[in-house]
Design a protein around this ligand. Structure first.
Ligand code: SAM
Length: 273
């Protein structure tokens, strides 16, 4: 019975994602006010600052960085692409993989201009904003592939996608809590992705706090596991990670724009035991 319930919950989530609209999702979450580079309290600059710090502290290094549940977005690898020689992007949906391929192949038709993001991260790195073209070229050079992923499978990527020892670092943003039917599934998914990471490798996890739904497109209401900080910490521990740092952002009132009911965002830096 229990096994069947698990499958149904996961299948229901997969069904919700069939209506996901990359263009609408980018518009809702990756334009002002949520991506206002003039404002320090805007959500996207906060996420980029967390990632910049994590990737430049010196302890996160190696050959291969894997982003789990990339969606149609690139912001999450703009700092990591300077540290790793290979970056693998992954998503459950072909429409999102297609959006990323569109940017990678640079043939126009992308649903979001990533230039201000590239410029902002260059600024964080102490480079002139015009270095963004070099960063874009670097990113295109290090992205090795864009592949399917399913975090509910004990083996989320196709066999032989990764070297046997696993990746050196995983980044994952707003994926696990927004694809899991409940806290137990979220914790299991954390364990599944941990199998892709080498022992001693880093996990950089960003996610929603207190969120029960978000819109993946007009009328596409996707349920989310509402998490608090204590639950995130307990799930990490249960799944074999040691927490290095947890940071929390609280959404200002004007970032609550009616596309979800998120109250905050967490950033975690952890290491696989
Ligand atoms: N990482 C992006 C970001 O930071 O905006 C996208 C996050 S979006 C809220 C959740 C992503 O999870 C979507 O791109 C969706 O396609 C993907 N997804 C859905 N089901 C999944 C599954 N079973 N395994 C992995 N990813 C899944």
């Amino acid at each position: 019975m229990e096994g069947k319930g698990k499958v149904n919950g996961v299948a229901a989530m997969a069904a919700c994602y069939q209506g996901f609209d990359p263009a609408a999702y980018l518009q809702y979450n990756y334009t002002p006010p949520r991506a206002d580079f003039e404002r320090k309290d805007s959500i996207v600059p906060w996420k980029l600052a967390c990632l910049h710090r994590a990737f430049t502290e010196g302890d996160v290094r190696g050959e291969l960085l894997v982003d789990i549940g990339s969606g149609p977005t690139l912001y999450q690898v703009l700092s990591g692409c300077e540290v790793f020689n290979k970056v693998l992007l992954t998503d459950f949906l072909e429409v999102n993989r297609q959006e990323l391929r569109g940017w990678l192949e640079d043939e126009g038709g992308c649903n979001l201009d990533w230039t201000p993001y590239l410029q902002h991260v260059c600024k964080l790195e102490g480079r002139r904003p015009s270095a963004w073209t070099e960063k874009a070229a670097k990113l295109r050079q290090v992205i090795t592939d864009i592949v399917p992923v399913d975090v509910h499978r004990p083996q989320p990527l196709a066999l032989d996608t990764l070297p046997s020892e696993g990746a050196d670092c995983l980044v994952s943003c707003f994926c696990l809590e927004s694809v899991s039917p409940d806290l137990a599934a979220f914790t299991r998914a954390l364990g599944h992705i941990g199998r892709l990471l080498r022992t001693g490798g880093h996990l950089l996890l960003i996610g929603a706090l207190g969120e029960s739904y978000y819109f993946g497109g007009p009328g596409v209401r996707i349920p989310v596991v509402p998490l608090n900080e204590a639950q995130v910490c307990a799930s990490l521990k249960e799944s074999g990670y040691t927490l290095i740092r947890l940071e929390v952002y609280t959404l200002p009132q004007d970032m609550r724009v009616g596309v979800d009911d998120v109250s905050g965002v967490f950033f975690v830096k952890a290491i696989k035991e």
